[in-house]
Design a protein around this ligand. Sequence first.
Ligand code: 13P
Length: 313
Amino acid sequence: MRLSPKVFYEHCYGTYAIPAVNVFTMEQIHGLFSAGENANAPFIVQLTPAARNYADPKMLEAMITAAARIYPKATYAVHLDHGDDAHALNAILSGNYQSVMIDASHDNFENNVSRTKKIVDRAHAANVFVEAELGVLSGVEDDRSIDEELARYTQPSQVEEFVARTGCDSLAVAVGTSHGAYKFSGGNGIQFTILKEIQQRLPKFPIVLHGGSAVNKVEIDRINKAGGILSDGASGVSPEEIVKSIAYGVCKINIATDTRLLWTRVHREFFRDTPELFDPVIPGKIYMDDYKQFMLQKFDLLGATGKVSDLKF
Ligand code: 13P
């Protein structure tokens, strides 16, 4: 069943979090929906402009609709991740998204406010939820790379004005995480003092954490043993930090890198171990199964397992 993230956040605020997972392929959509149905856990399936440009929005949306029929108990929202104005408008008008992100976080404050407000007005007229971003994360975002020097934490002193003037429904914040497999190269983790002040200034307002992948060392080792050359510096957000952030109002945890590392590990090991094979179905099935297991563990970690039965809508 498709629901608005509003329903999810009203239920989870302060106690558990919803994983929001970027999908590009059929195998990922199978793995995600199968896990969500099995765990009876709400989730957000999200599409980036890069995914839409790669597979075509119609293809992705059709696969999601098909998955909802294959896994009829899956309870989810469809979200546009890191939308620019054109993708956000297209997503709103398509009627296929319950939620869009307008990412004007690289603009100055005034431009961010005005671009976000324009999308909010269009989205709310269509009953679509809007995530905005204030502050800039470092790392690789879709197909662009954000320098650490250009990255900046969200300024808590700006959040009330930003939310009041834009009317956005949830806020992505820059509090120390970054996109990609090389987070925390400076050695810092989540800045809980900033997160706490944001929560105090925006009580009960849903906060979104981008850059939520764990970048499991075991996966990195397996990839490298199978011919990869990922650097030792690969690291992600620890499970303890993720769980701690929930009490500070983080309702949505974005995950993409972990599912890519999983894809890389499965396929590198498969072709290393069976170099005579060339059938996409075999590693594809392994990937779907491992993806499902990964998501089941993620639902448990975030406290989302079993929560569908308690949702009120
Ligand atoms: P990761 O790179 O940590 O998976 O973060 C993904 C993300 O935030 C997508 O918006």
